[in-house]
Structures are given as C-alpha cells and as structure tokens.
Design a protein. Structure first.
Length: 222
C-alpha cells in the first residue's frame, strides 16, 4: 500500500465506522471525512495509529461516544474539526498536547461541562499558543463563564452560543483584544455589556441575542 499523506473523502455517502486497524494509514498527515454518514465511536487507538496527523476533519457525520484519549498522541495537529456529530462526555484535556493547534471546532455535539473538572480543558488549551478559532457552540456546557478562557490570548473567533452558560461575562474578556467574532447568543448571561466590550477593539461581529443582559447599549458602541 502506498504511503498516503493526504486523504480526502468528504461529501460522499460513506457509512459505517472507522476500522480499528489503521496501521496501514500511519503516514497520513491530512484526513477529511466531512459530510458522510459515518457513525459509531472513533477507534480507541486513533491517535496511536495516526501519529502524523496535522489536519483532521470529521464534521457532519454521526460519530458518537467520547473523544478518544489516544488522539493526544497526534501532537502535530494544527486543525481539528469534530463538529455536527453526537460526541458525548466532557471535553478532554488532550488538546493541550497540540502546541501548534490553530483551529478547534467542536460545535453541535453533546459535550458537557458542569463543574470545575468539566472546564479543565480550557486551562489545557492555554498551551496552544497559536489557537485562533475555538467553537464550542451548541453543546451542553453550563455554569459560570470560566475566567481562564481569557488566557487564550490569540483567539480571533470565539463561539459559545446555544449552551447554558450563566452569570456575568468577566470584564477581563477584554484581554482578548484580537477577537474578530464573539458569539455568546442563546445562553443565560446577565449583567451589563459596557464594562468588557470597550477593549475589544478588533471586534467586527458580536452576537448576544437570547440572554438576560440589562442596561443601555449606546455608550458601548461609540
């Protein structure tokens, strides 16, 4: 079998699961299976079998279960898209093992965070100094907005809509002054807006719909 480095099978009618025996594909650097009908859990040895992955796109399928811990072995990952599947459980801390990670899309799954342990993955992501895009929209994340997210200083897109986040947005979110898009819509946020928005000088798109913000808006948008 040839040493394939790039495998793109997106937008087909592929079904079933990814086989456990991936050893013949260990040379893969880029794998895209987006928009098929693939299902079942990901192989538990996924990251061990594909250690050279730099790009992994599995979005728009029907994968389920937990994100395998072995994925952390693919430490060269730069882009990871698992959006629009049925992944469950807490978001693992393995993403902190990808120092070059710039794009992480986990939106539209059933991932959970309900306590400090559930939010530990944010602290792990601080090791990803190149992280620019983070989407966790449309999951089962709940509770107080974690202050640690403000340590992800290179973010340009932060999408957290359609969860059950609550409390006030911490004023130090203004440290993310490279943000181009911030989406906090359809949550349970409260408080006012002006304290934190003034420092987001690069912001072009802001979505705060479907929350419980109070106060005036005019002074926030001078």
């Amino acid at each position: 079998m040839p040493n394939i480095a790039f495998l793109y099978l997106k937008i087909n009618n592929l079904s079933g699961g990814i086989p456990q025996n991936l050893s013949n594909l260990s040379s893969l650097q880029q794998l895209s299976l987006t928009s098929n009908m693939l299902s079942n859990t990901l192989p538990s040895n996924f990251g061990y079998a594909l250690p050279n992955l730099e790009l992994l796109y599995l979005g728009n399928n029907m994968f389920e279960g937990h994100i395998p811990a072995s994925l952390g072995n693919a430490s060269g990952l730069v882009e990871l898209d698992l959006a629009n599947n049925k992944f469950t459980g807490q978001i693992p801390n393995i993403f902190g093992k990808f120092p070059g990670l710039s794009y992480l899309n986990l939106e539209s799954n059933m991932l959970e965070a309900s306590d400090n342990a559930g939010w530990e993955f944010i602290d792990a992501l601080t090791n990803c100094s190149s992280l620019s895009v983070l989407s966790l929209a449309t999951n089962n994340l709940q509770g107080i907005f974690p202050n640690s997210i403000t340590k992800l200083s290179n973010l340009t897109y932060l999408l957290l809509s359609d969860n059950r986040l609550s409390g006030i947005v911490p004023s130090n979110i203004g440290r993310l002054n490279g943000l181009i898009e911030l989406d906090l819509g359809a949550n349970n946020f409260t408080g006012t807006i002006v304290e934190w928005i003034l420092n987001l000088t690069s912001l072009q798109r802001l979505y705060l719909n479907g929350n419980y913000f109070v106060g005036t808006i005019y002074s926030s948008f001078h």
